[in-house]
Design a binder for this molecule. Structure first.
Ligand SMILES: Cc1cc2nc3c(=O)[nH]c(=O)nc-3n(C[C@H](O)[C@H](O)[C@H](O)COP(=O)(O)O)c2cc1C
Length: 198
């Protein structure tokens, strides 16, 4: 078994080299439908207490971007924006060669799996999707913004007990991915110092 395992250093280096690539730096071609399905399958390796599958991804096809843009523009007008700001909101629907919505599918009041576990599972699913796309050679970025909280946009994606969590844009990176923030001085890991005994 061990002999067949590739060197873990290669995997770890690949995972450690994932950085977000914004829509301005993503070009065609985006992932094929098969690649998106593969990345979504990998997302299911997130730790999922009770097998609830508390998330799903929705792919917005090129032919549907204009309809999504109309929803974004209407929402922006309802938030009191006008002119160029409305058009900027509309343009966000055309971000990236591939655009996915991440939907949380919550089971509130589940007897064994509280919402925090369901939310963590959805986040882990997102991370697995991003890593899978990265390993396939794609750049991607998670985005939210006002559209995520827009009731009309939510209704267009979500059923009962569902929540629009964020967007994922994806495509061929046009520049080397790089860290956005300064490197952390240390890994977020420490030894427990024990309970404070009173
Ligand atoms: C749910 C979620 C929503 C996000 N929304 C935005 C956003 O609207 N705009 C933005 O610039 N970054 C947003 N981010 C952060 C970026 O996706 C990205 O993680 C951040 O720029 C750090 O880059 P890194 O992934 O390379 O560490 C969001 C992240 C998450 C998890």
């Amino acid at each position: 078994m061990d002999e067949e395992r590739p060197d873990s250093g290669v995997w770890l280096a690949a995972l450690a080299s994932r950085y977000s690539v914004g829509p301005k730096h993503l070009a065609e071609p985006g992932p094929t439908p098969e690649e998106l399905a593969q990345a979504a399958s990998v997302s299911l390796r997130a730790p999922d207490h009770g097998g609830l599958r508390p998330f799903r991804f929705v792919h917005i096809a090129a032919s549907q971007r204009a309809a999504l843009g109309e929803l974004f523009a209407t929402g922006a007008r309802e938030r009191g924006l006008d002119g160029a700001d409305v058009e900027r909101a509309r343009e966000r629907a055309f971000n990236g060669p591939a655009l996915l919505a991440l939907i949380g599918c919550w089971q509130p009041g589940h007897p064994e799996v509280p919402l925090r576990e369901q939310l963590l599972c959805a986040g882990a699913g997102l991370m697995n999707l991003l890593n899978a796309l990265h390993l396939m050679g794609y750049g991607a970025k998670t985005l939210s913004g006002a559209s995520v909280d827009d009731p009309a946009v939510s209704r267009a994606f979500c059923g009962e007990s569902e929540q629009l969590l964020c967007w994922v844009v994806c495509g061929r990176p046009q520049r080397a991915a790089h860290p956005r923030y300064p490197a952390a001085p240390a890994a977020p890991l420490s030894d427990w110092s024990g309970p404070v005994l009173g």
